[in-house]
Structure formats: C-alpha cells, structure tokens
Design a protein. Structure first.
Ligand SMILES: Nc1ncnc2c1ncn2[C@@H]1O[C@H](COP(=O)(O)OP(=O)(O)OP(=O)(O)O)[C@@H](O)[C@H]1O
Ligand SMILES: [Mg+2]
Lengths: 234, 254
C-alpha cells in the first residue's frame, strides 16, 4: 500500500519537475515508474481473476491479526474451495476452467464490502478476510456466496453445468492468541472437514466458540469491580 | 443507519424507550422501528396495532419484507414481529441471512432503523446488536441489571466486534444515573477497553407506566412529564449519531 502511495508521490514530483531533466532521462524515468507500477500490481493482484493474490492475502491476514490483538476486536475468514474442479478442467479444458474461476471471482467481488479482502488463494481456492465481522456476519456472507455459486450456470451454452463449493468459516478472537499462520491452519482444517463431510457445505468454528464464551463469562475480578458501581458513596 | 436497543436483564424499559424514541425522532427523520424480539412481539402491543403480515410471514412464508412494514400511527413505520412463534425465537442461519438482506434493503429507504431487541445474550439478540452500528444498552440501578448489562457488553465487544455502546439508565434520576454510568464506565474501560457514551437517565415516572397500560406512547400526549422530558433529551443526543445525508428522502417520501 505504501509502495503505491510512494510511487504516486514520485510521479507527481516528476510531473512538476521532470522538465528540468534532459528529455531522454525524463523518458527513462517515466518508463521506470510504469515498470514499477506493473511490478507492484503483479505482486498483489491475481491476473486471472483480478482478486488479491496469495502473497497479498497472507500479509493482510497478519495485519488483521495484529490489529485484532491491539484493538481487542474480531475479524472473520472464509476459505472457499470449488468442488470437483479438476473434472471441469479435464472434461471442458483449461479455458472453461479459467472462465469458471473468473465467474466465481465476480460473485465474490459482488458480495463483499470495500473493506473486505477477497483473494485467490490457490488453484481453485479462494479466501476472504472480513474485518470487524463476527461469526454471524461471516456466516451470512458465506451462505450468500454458496447460494450464488450453486445458482449460476457455467461452461458452454450448449453443455452447461452447475458447481458447488465447500467452505470453512472462522472468526479470529484475540483472546485465542493464535498467530496468523495458526489461524489460517485452523480455518483450513474446517475447509477440509467440509470436504470430508461430502462437500457442498459450510463448516464453522461456532460450537467451539460458544463453549469458549461460556467458559470465559465474567471473571471474579470483574464481579468485584462491578460492586463498586452500586456501592459507591456520594 | 441502524441502532439497536438492548439490555442484559429483561423488563428494564427497552420497548418503552424504543417506541418513544421513534416518535421523538420521526418528525425530523424517516424512522423504522423493528421489533427485533422476533418470536415474542412487544412493539405492536405498545402501539396498539394489529399487523396482518409480520416478520413471520417474511421468514417462514417467503413474503417480501416491505409487505410487512406498517404505519406505527405516530409518524414512524414499524416492522412487526410475531407473537409466540417458537421457530423465530432462535432464527437459523438461512433466516438471518434473509433478514440481513431485507434489513439492509430497508435501511436504504430510511434514515434510521431502530431495533427493539429481546433481553440477554441469546444468539438472536447478539446478532441484531452486531448488525447495528450503535447499541443502546438500557440498565436500571440494581446489581443484577448492572451485572447483566456488563456481561452483555463484554460478549458484544469481545466476541462480536461491537464497539459503539450508548448507555441509558432507566428508573434513575439524572444524578444517580450519571454516577452509575461513571462507575460502570470505569469497569468497562479497564477490563474490556471499550469506551461507552452516556445518553442520559429516565426517572421513575407513573405516567410512563400508565402510558403503557393505555397502549399509547407517552410522548404522544404527555410531553411535560419527567420521563417524557428525559426521553426527549436522549433523542436529542442520538441525533448527533445519525448521518444527515438522507434527510431528503423524508421530504420526497411523505
Ligand atoms: N421510567 C419508568 N418509570 C416507571 N415505570 C417504568 C419505567 N420504565 C419502565 N417502566 C415499567 O417497566 C415495564 C417494562 O418496560 P418495557 O416493556 O419497556 O421493558 P423491556 O425492557 O422492553 O422488557 P422486555 O425485556 O420484556 O422486552 C413497563 O411496563 C413499565 O411499567
Ligand atoms: Mg420489550
């Protein structure tokens, strides 16, 4: 992000001061800027789908974990894997496979907010970071995505097909103390469970979460501190 | 813009506040009062309305959410809930998904959606509270009500990402309410790190209890009583949280 801003600053600087250089050098520097921009785009965007790429996603995930720890806030992560995608490639060819990935990316883009981070995480695997979103909100998004993916017709007009998706959904809670990597592993496990459960379903960490909340409740210290609220002296 | 009205303990005055706030804000804003206690409706009773289509028909029978919206009779609109429908007490993910879409759609034609939720930390209550941008927590000056308010704030803040808490002390004088708030704020701040805002206190007022028995909002006919004045002041404070961008829709729609 900062790189982008810096590039913009440099370009603006050149727009104002470029004329002081000899034309050839100016031209080269301009070209250098364009190359940098291109490289930057390559570094964070997945070219096929226009979603963020894995590298960018992993960085964002770390930032979100740090932020959650600092602000004591939560965020959610959805991992999506298209079911039997290999078959599509085998039966219809890679071009159709690519079209499918693009269409799914469009569905994802349409269903997330500006603050969310939708990424292509692997071949047919997608990941979405949902900042400031709890388990219910994340589940609603996952349900909507799954529904939309199920609805749409993919492939050639004369021989179209439907696809399903499996998803793992979890909410990061700073109290868990998990690192970004550990959290990702946890959600990946949920996704794996969804595959194991026969695909075309969403597995969440909710049961675990309810348990955790019940265990934590109000602590002894908090209870004692609250007494001060109704036992104060004027 | 969505604001929820909630409490840890039941019966502390959420619905009375919700109905009167909707009334107080409606001359200036386009307000939809949502009865968010989906299976045990309150708002329709307080307003003495008998809606034919409720959220039950929307969630269980596929009617559109706009069909369920009715006039509240005092300048604002109401999305009524059902009475005694068990399936709605803990709506499943599909219902919540549908409801979220519907409410978001409605939010685009109102300045303010006010949720009158049930009490406690049941998943449905928490869900409505995290959908809202601000959560008004009503408490009364009793140990149980205060402890439950704190527990609710803790769960919402820590597990549901709700950061914006507006507190109302009911059945308390201004001075008393403020004292309670300051002490409670200290605990909330040091154990949770949240920063709640005090909206004001509503004194115990027989006129408020009477208004509920007569099924008419207090502000509709007794604006001079202590409780009415307190609620008007709270409404005044809430205005600062409502974005002004949609004011025009009021003029064009009414
Ligand atoms: N300031 C007040 N002065 C006098 N009576 C009050 C006041 N506030 C609330 N009450 C009484 O408390 C009762 C409960 O109020 P209300 O129904 O608004 O609470 P609630 O929080 O919505 O309850 P529930 O949790 O059951 O939905 C009312 O019937 C009313 O008589
Ligand atoms: Mg009520």
């Amino acid at each position: 992000m900062d790189l982008e801003r810096r590039l913009k600053q440099i370009k603006e600087f050149f727009a104002q001061n470029g004329h002081k250089l000899d034309p050839k050098t100016g031209q080269m520097i301009k070209e250098l800027c364009s190359l940098c921009e291109e490289l930057y785009a390559q570094a964070s965007i997945d070219f096929l789908t226009g979603l963020y790429n894995r590298r960018f996603f992993e960085k964002e995930l770390e930032i979100n974990v740090e932020k959650a720890k600092r602000d004591r806030s939560v965020f959610s992560l959805i991992l999506i894997d298209l079911d039997h995608f290999k078959k599509v490639n085998d039966q219809y060819g890679h071009l159709v496979g690519d079209e499918v990935l693009k269409k799914v990316a469009e569905i994802i883009k349409k269903n997330v907010r500006k603050i969310d981070v939708p990424a292509r995480y692997g071949g047919e695997e997608f990941a979405i970071i949902l900042p400031a979103t709890g388990s219910e909100g994340a589940l609603a998004v996952a349900r909507r995505l799954k529904h939309n993916i199920n609805e749409i017709l993919f492939g050639p007009k004369d021989n179209p097909f439907h696809l399903t998706a499996s998803m793992g959904v979890a909410t990061y809670r700073p109290l868990s103390g998990l690192s970004a990597e550990e959290f990702l592993k946890k959600v990946d496990k949920l996704l794996y469970q969804a595959k194991e459960a026969g695909r075309n379903c969403i597995i969440t960490d909710q049961e675990e979460f309810v348990l955790q909340r019940e265990q934590e409740g109000i602590t002894y210290e908090e209870r004692e501190a609250l007494k001060g609220v109704w036992q104060y002296d004027d | 813009m969505m604001i929820s009205i909630t409490s840890g303990k039941g019966g502390v005055g959420k619905t009375s506040l919700a109905v009167n706030l909707a009334l107080a804000l409606s001359p200036e804003y386009k307000v939809l009062l949502v009865d968010a206690d989906l299976g045990l409706a309150n708002v329709d009773i307080m307003l003495s309305i008998a809606p034919k289509v409720t959220v039950k028909h929307v969630l269980l029978e596929g009617r559109s959410i706009r069909e369920a919206v009715v006039e509240g009779g005092y300048g604002f609109h109401v999305l009524p809930a059902a009475s005694g429908v068990v399936e709605l007490v803990q709506p499943d993910s599909d219902m919540k998904g549908a409801l979220e879409l519907g409410l978001n759609e409605l939010a685009s034609s109102y300045d303010l959606l006010l949720f009158d939720t049930g009490a406690g930390i049941s998943p449905a209550v928490l869900w409505f509270n995290c959908l809202a941008g601000y959560t008004i927590v009503v408490f009364t000056p009793e140990p149980t009500s205060i402890t439950d308010a704190y527990a609710l704030i803790k769960v919402l803040y820590r597990d549901y990402g709700q950061k914006n808490f507006l507190l109302v002390a009911n059945q308390a004088s201004q001075k008393e309410g403020e004292q309670y708030f300051l002490h409670l704020k200290k605990v909330i701040d040091s154990y949770l790190g949240a920063n709640p805002i005090f909206l004001g206190a509503i004194p115990k007022d027989p006129a408020l209890a009477q208004s509920i028995r007569s099924q008419k909002p207090l502000l509709a006919y007794h604006r001079e009583t202590k409780a009415a004045k307190a609620i008007l002041e709270i409404a005044e404070k809430i205005k600062s949280f409502i974005p002004v961008t949609r004011k025009n829709s009021l003029l064009s729609n009414s």
